[in-house]
Design a binder for this molecule. Sequence first.
Ligand code: CUA
Length: 176
Amino acid sequence: MSDQSPMTPFEHAFHESGERHERIWIFIVLILLAIFTIGSMFYVVFDYSLVTKSAGNFPTVQKALSESTLPEGKAVQTGPNAYTVYIVGRMWRWAPGPIHVKAGVPITFRVTSADVLHGFEVQGTDINLTAVPGQIGHVTHTFKHPGVYHIICNEYCGLMHHAMVTPIIVEGETAQ
Ligand code: CUA
């Protein structure tokens, strides 16, 4: 025998307000989700422009690529003690192939993409920028220790994304 007594006026009011609070909180959560979703989209756009804003904008991919031809696998000497390496990311490799540079010398990497976004990251260093089609980003780094460093891709770019690895061979003495 269950005792199904009807709700008192107080209980009735309590349940009503409970549902109203639930609706309000569901609404607040939806608003927060919308803010986070739209906000993260803005962040992505803003972040990409930060990566490349000082690097110069090129109207077409072709223009960017023609600025970046180089003897394959070599660094181009651009000053008494400065080298530039031009790198093009494309599905799914970093061109040119293995790169040879010297330890203890500032190396500037100028990086673009021939197709989609790629993430230019050199393991064991703080080099990390986005390779954007039509734009050339740059980063300068001095390798203190000789050895083999690997350029990887940290931006998902399709089937063989994980295989986008190119070695940088750093030669010479460990810098003081
Ligand atoms: Cu290129 Cu992932």
